[in-house]
Design a protein around this ligand. Structure first.
Ligand SMILES: [Fe+2]
Length: 389
């Protein structure tokens, strides 16, 4: 497999680092399998084919373009808990595709639950497409999704470190960003004779004015926030703590790395028939399934890509009239009656199709690849669609 002559190329490892910055693998669920799954980080590529699933079409397109990278939403080796059981030609459709990728020198990476948690661009595209104002995110397990960073900084660099960590995703509380707290104090240290301290002299006890900066961040963003902190901090050894906090994130606010999908409001209640028109057009959906009764109007709606069964409770608790998702399943979709609260009509659940609900994955990751200076082909694989007649 050869790259297209004259094209700008990057190491697969460089592309993976760029994607890791956008959707850190630490934000993926424990059971998920994300990042580079197949191939050599040392290969070079001029671009990537971006598809929801690894398919024959995506492999053919990568070969045709001379790309050595395919990026999927659904991991081609899954579930992780079963490990790599078999990758042989003719060993089942998934196994054969992985084998063909390796044989053709094409790397395959996956951005799955980490993409869903981090790609706020999807929220922008759906909310602007439906003309709603996004207000908050959906949670299946809200507790345990935050942690706290405390770092001690010389006064001269407090502003730079604060800006770096909040710029990397720390400091979101509800509808507020750039949140942190500072206290002034005195830092004490003594460097070894081999040290080269920013303040003071090696081998000599020092006491210097420092600022203690504390802020919260979503779990999974620790490595990118610490990297940003290190780049802005002048010390060769930085005193900092990261520890879990127990409270759940606020129900409002759009934070990267925490929660899934979103909920938001129309300016005024919209007739359901108009909402349906907008949804079908935006998701290119040939039809949908809906719980009974349909809402007459929709003021607040929620969206969760893919299998949104676990977000029914969160959407209902946020006061939504409608949850749009790929698929929720019979029992979970009908469980909305449990969350009736004071409502005369329970929230409706609309299934637009798993693939349809994830159509923005290829577009958004394609944009990320192009912003990294490479070519991207977001591919709509027709065989991955399930039509309703
Ligand atoms: Fe999915």
């Amino acid at each position: 497999m050869r790259n297209v002559k004259g094209s700008k190329t990057k190491l697969i490892s460089e592309v993976i680092s760029e994607l890791e910055r956008r959707a850190p693998s630490g934000t993926a669920e424990n059971w998920d399998n994300v990042g580079l799954l197949v191939g050599d980080p040392g290969w070079k590529t001029s671009g990537a084919v971006v598809t929801v699933d690894l398919t024959e079409e995506s492999l053919e397109e990568a070969k045709r373009r001379g790309f050595r990278l395919i990026i999927n939403h659904h991991p081609c080796i899954f579930p992780k808990s079963k490990g790599l059981s078999r990758v042989v030609a003719g060993g089942g459709s998934k196994s054969s595709l992985v084998f063909e990728a390796i044989r053709s020198g094409i790397a395959v990476a996956a951005y799955h639950t980490n993409f869903d948690r981090c790609a706020l661009e999807v929220i922008e595209k759906i909310s602007s497409g439906l003309k709603i104002t996004p207000r908050g995110r959906l949670f299946d397990h809200a507790r345990g999704t935050l942690c706290k960073l405390v770092v001690f900084v010389p006064e001269s660099h407090a502003d730079a470190v604060r800006a770096a960590v909040t710029g990397a995703g720390a400091g979101h509380i509800g509808d507020y960003d750039s949140c942190s707290f500072e206290t002034e104090g005195t830092g004490h240290f003594r460097g070894s004779p081999r040290s080269s301290p920013f303040l003071g002299k090696p081998g000599q006890a020092e006491s210097v004015p420092e600022v203690r900066i504390e802020t919260v961040l979503p779990r999974g963003l620790e490595s990118s926030v610490v990297r940003a902190m290190r780049e802005a901090h002048p010390y060769e050894e930085i005193a900092y703590d990261i520890y879990p906090v127990d409270q759940a994130p606020a129900a409002i606010g759009l934070a990267r790395g925490v929660g899934y999908g979103f909920w938001g409001d129309f300016d005024r209640p919209k007739p359901f028939s108009e909402v349906v028109k907008g949804v079908k057009k935006l998701f290119e959906a040939s039809g949908f399934l809906l719980t009974d009764p349909p809402p007459k109007t929709v003021r607040r709606l929620a969206f969760a890509a893919g299998k949104g069964a676990s977000f029914v409770e969160s959407a209902a608790a946020s006061g939504c009239d409608l949850l749009i998702t790929g698929e929720a399943g019979y029992h979970d979709a009908l469980s909305v009656s449990k969350y009736r609260q004071a409502r005369a009509v329970p929230m409706a659940v609309m299934e637009v199709g798993h693939r349809e609900s994830e159509r923005f994955f290829s577009v958004v990751v394609g944009d990320w690849i192009k912003e990294a200076g490479l070519k991207a082909v977001p591919l709509e694989t027709r065989t991955q669609r399930i039509y309703r007649f």
